[in-house]
Design a protein around this ligand. Sequence first.
Ligand SMILES: Nc1nc2c(c(=O)[nH]1)N[C@H]1C(S)=C(S)[C@@H](COP(=O)(O)O)O[C@H]1N2
Ligand SMILES: [Mo]
Length: 206
Amino acid sequence: MSDSGLFSGDERKKKEREMQAAKRLPPGQSLTLKWPVLHYGSVPEFEPAKWEFRVWGKVEAPTRWTWKEFGHLPRIESVSDFHCVTRWSRFDNQWKGIAFREILKLVKPTSEASHVLVHAGQGFTANVPLVDLDRDDVLLATHHDGQPLSLDHGYPLRLIVPHLYAWKSVKWVKGLEFLNRDVAGFWEKNGYHMYGDPFQEQRYDE
Ligand SMILES: Nc1nc2c(c(=O)[nH]1)N[C@H]1C(S)=C(S)[C@@H](COP(=O)(O)O)O[C@H]1N2
Ligand SMILES: [Mo]
């Protein structure tokens, strides 16, 4: 990543120290004003007529939505910080999208459900405990800072889980698989931490 998105020298260091003291900037992170693009593989094409969002596994009501159907779900807005394991953090992102709790209300996880494997297609997945998705600030975002997401940042839909490292905030999300156990996703199989709490610096499994 180029340095141009970072605050300049002293100003940034001062802010970082303050934000670390206030427990808002996790340890080992730098602040950026720009929004880097980071992902494995290529950006998938969006074809509205073919797109579908699917929920399956340990739910009472397995569901498929077309893009049009998905568009009728109610929207919320939420402001949160974003922490990438490669050590940049971006504060105050304004997300708009569908509350994850709205999905939970519709699909009704069974009493066995404990984890979700989030699917993006092209083999990208991430595992998240169900309790970590059942939160006010978790959403399936369509907009960022007042603009539709760009293709690079996950258009048409991405998950946002602000309190975990950003590899859990899956771009181009297409499905949710509810499970009764924790199953490693793409980066987790490649050595990343199963949970990924930035404030505990749970970056890689040792
Ligand atoms: N589908 C998909 N989602 C993904 C990734 C990816 O490789 N594929 N990378 C993750 C990582 S490591 C980060 S830091 C964030 C970066 O999001 P951004 O490119 O919008 O900044 O997306 C996450 N979501
Ligand atoms: Mo990341």
